[in-house]
Design a protein around this ligand. Sequence first.
Ligand SMILES: C[S@@+](CC[C@H](N)C(=O)[O-])C[C@H]1O[C@@H](n2cnc3c(N)ncnc32)[C@H](O)[C@@H]1O
Length: 261
Amino acid sequence: MTRRPVGTATRGTTNPNRLRRMDRWIAAAHGAALRRGEAPPVAVDLGYGAAPWTAVELLTRLRTADPRCRVVGIEIDPERVTAARPYEREGLDFRHGGFEVPVDGPVALIRAANVLRQYDEDAVAEVWARLCGRLTPGGLLVEGTCDEIGRRHVWVALGPEGPRTVTFATRLGSLEHPSDLAERLPKALIHRNVPGEPVHAFLRDFDRAWAAAAPYASLGARQRWISAVRRLAADWPVCDDRRRWRQGEVTVAWEALAPRL
Ligand SMILES: C[S@@+](CC[C@H](N)C(=O)[O-])C[C@H]1O[C@@H](n2cnc3c(N)ncnc32)[C@H](O)[C@@H]1O
């Protein structure tokens, strides 16, 4: 008897290169862990959508970190699996499934982009726990949201033990205020962007740091972002450094932004 995949089919919106910022961060942040494994690492692009572009691109970008990587694209909508099959190649295949992750054994990476946004907030903790339970001991789950063309992203990175960090990533030329990213907060945080919640205080402080860094705007948005993040790091546990800030990113410890119960 075949089991029903866990989850619900949702809109399949996707775009080529939409997830490039997330892919590059994964390759940089998780590349060493991928290379450490003895077996070729298996990565899952969960909920790749109406076309398989993000899975194809994830394979290419992960292979810059570890040429042994394999990617499995998993979709809960069977027609989207059929549509993706012609794109299968060495190291890339597509399967029908859901949050149970129908791959033999634990996996080194699960990326779920723009999937949980269409679920209820109450579903997030259980889905995270289920997906984290499918990771190898050094594995990573990256779950987050972005706009249609990938200019603004926010994602949570989780290890087998649970959430670790939150990353904000943006095309700097398109940014008026850091709080523009609020509309792309992942499901676990988007309803918490209200006074009294840590993520609201964080975005307020980020906007203040951005305003204080206004004199750097004449040197370009990148210099302004770097200066704003440096100010922010005085009060918030920023986990990365200038090399990532230059890309229009900042990563913060999850505990600092986690919703108050
Ligand atoms: C908005 S699309 C995102 C596509 C791609 N990840 C991107 O960011 O461009 C969301 C996709 O997730 C799929 N989906 C929703 N729940 C799922 C689940 N539990 N398991 C696998 N796929 C799922 C939907 O069918 C839909 O095709």
